[in-house]
Design a protein around this ligand. Structure first.
Ligand code: SF4
Ligand code: F3S
Ligand code: FES
Length: 248
């Protein structure tokens, strides 16, 4: 059974904009992205929205629904009441390009700042050997679909534009933690995490973990262990020496 859903969608561009109200058909089993597509097909053909897979796997359709960071294609209409006004706005932390599409290049810049996986010199392709248990430790982090919802929600940059330069954000601090856990990575990760990528800005609010559509425990499994390893390195001379000699 269909019903008339009430939507409030942000329309605008780099010059500014505002919320626009729509009444639009919603059918059983639909998600918010279906409704946005119906709006494009019927009332707002120029409404800009980014999407690709409609299966929660490409990370393109990130936006905010009633102020909460969400994938539009994974947000079921059945989670709202039929008389509720559903407000859809672009990600707040990144600059708007048009309507629901934001410029997320901040994240690509942060990705480029991280030194790539660095195996020991002389180890060729096909010679990598590691234990399954070490592979499993970082497997969780590789589920990331780069939707940037965690980057969008972290208060360190959400409310403080001035921090963007110095803070990589949860997704990329998690990437550094993943590399630091890698048994064959020989790059120095701990001092750079702290001094160059802003690990110290994170005060463990866990908002990143709450919004992750892949349910990655970003804070508990990546950021806190990374903070502990940085602290070990800084304050414990024996651990520091051990790390130097045996590299974990
Ligand atoms: Fe999205 Fe989760 Fe990856 Fe962050 S860690 S970009 S929330 S999938
Ligand atoms: Fe931000 Fe997540 Fe830390 S939301 S403050 S990176 S725990
Ligand atoms: Fe791919 Fe939503 S369209 S995650």
């Amino acid at each position: 059974m269909g019903y008339d859903a009430r939507f409030r969608v942000w329309r605008g561009d780099t010059e500014g904009g505002g919320l626009q109200d729509f009444t639009v058909l919603a059918n059983d089993g639909e998600v918010v992205l279906d409704i946005i597509h119906r709006l494009q097909a019927t009332q707002a053909p120029d409404l800009a929205v980014r999407w690709n897979c409609k299966a929660g796997k490409c990370g393109s359709c990130s936006a905010e629904v009633n102020g909460r960071p969400k994938l539009l294609c994974m947000t079921r209409m059945s989670t709202f009441t039929e008389d509720e006004i559903i407000t859809v706005t672009p990600l707040r932390t990144f600059p708007v390009i048009r309507d629901l599409v934001t410029d997320v290049s901040f994240n690509y810049e942060k990705a480029r700042e991280i030194q790539a996986f660095t195996p020991p010199p002389g180890l060729g392709p096909g010679e990598y050997r590691m234990k399954q248990v070490d592979v499993q430790r970082s497997q969780e982090f590789r589920k990331c679909i780069e939707c940037f919802l965690c980057q969008n929600v972290c208060h360190v940059v959400r409310d403080h534009e001035e921090n963007k330069q110095a803070f990589a954000g949860p997704r990329y601090l998690m990437r550094i933690a993943e590399l630091d856990m890698h048994p064959l990575d020989v790059a120095e990760r701990r001092e750079t995490a702290q001094n160059e990528h802003g690990l110290g800005f994170c005060n463990i609010t866990k908002c990143c973990t709450e919004v992750c559509p892949e349910n990655i425990k970003i804070t508990d499994n990546a950021l806190i262990p990374m903070k502990e390893r940085v602290a070990d390195r800084k304050y414990d001379p024996l651990v520091w020496l051990g790390n130097k000699l045996f590299r974990r």
